[in-house]
Design a protein around this ligand. Structure first.
Ligand code: DC
Length: 232
């Protein structure tokens, strides 16, 4: 893999703010924003729709290989989307956010065959350059030679509060304690799975967003981006 100077890798747990931060950063820099979690969500949605048991690793992995998954910009839409996610030619941007997908996606994203397939697709996006790629294993596995790797964290309580607010805004009925339990459950699954567990790359810059505004954090990161560009 060749060093890609125009690629920023952002990892971190669910609801740490990494997607919002990544999107704002991509806008500021004029880069593509690729939120890689959408791919695992797309596989999960496809399995649920096909009536495949998400515990059936072989069936889910075989299904993943057959899917056409793409992303385009969210520009021109007025429904608050940050990008448009496509599954077999269908716009599934909002379908990917259903609680049913949330509940099953950690299981699906733990399958090595599914991960290999998605990582290959993500590297193809990375090769185009000028990308802010957000996920769990971008700095450790997908693009380990990215010149800038960030790892965004926040306490589980703060992340649950953010998710609760998002859900309210989307009109779902909501229970904070259940969301906190789900955040903690997913941290455990994502952080302890044998294949590519979620962790910061050795050379990642760790940024804690607890109690800070997104604007503050983005300003801090832009300063880092300029430093990295300068010293390369
Ligand atoms: O960021 P998200 O909530 O959309 O991620 C959905 C799931 O996919 C979550 O269980 C973590 C997993 N994921 C992953 O394993 N690797 C990535 N690069 C991105 C997401």
């Amino acid at each position: 893999m060749t060093t890609n100077l125009s690629l920023i890798a952002i990892d971190g747990p669910a609801a740490s703010g990494k997607s919002t931060i990544g999107r704002l950063l991509a806008n500021q820099l004029g880069y593509l924003f690729l939120d890689t979690g959408f791919m695992y969500r797309a596989v999960t949605l496809a399995a649920l729709r096909a009536g495949i048991d998400v515990m059936d690793e072989t069936a889910v992995t075989a299904l993943a290989a057959q899917l056409t998954i793409d992303v385009t910009s969210g520009e021109g839409w007025t429904d608050g989307r940050h990008y448009t996610a496509w599954l077999n030619g269908e716009d599934v941007t909002w379908a990917l956010r259903q609680p049913e997908v949330d509940r099953n996606v950690s299981q699906v994203s733990g399958y090595p065959g599914v991960r290999q397939d998605m990582v290959r697709r993500q590297r193809e996006f990375g090769r185009r350059g000028r990308v802010v790629m957000v996920g769990r294993d971008i700095g450790t596995v997908v693009i380990p030679d990215a010149p800038l790797k960030l790892y965004i964290i926040a306490t589980p309580e703060e992340r649950a509060r953010r998710r609760w607010q998002d859900r309210q805004a989307q009109g779902y009925t909501n229970n904070y304690d259940a969301i906190l339990a789900d955040v903690q459950r997913r941290d455990t699954i994502d952080g302890t799975r044998t294949h590519s567990p979620m962790r910061p790359a050795a050379d990642a810059i760790v940024i804690d967003t607890t109690g800070r505004t997104i604007e503050e954090v983005v300003a801090e990161i832009l300063a880092i981006v300029h430093d990295v560009t300068y010293t390369l």
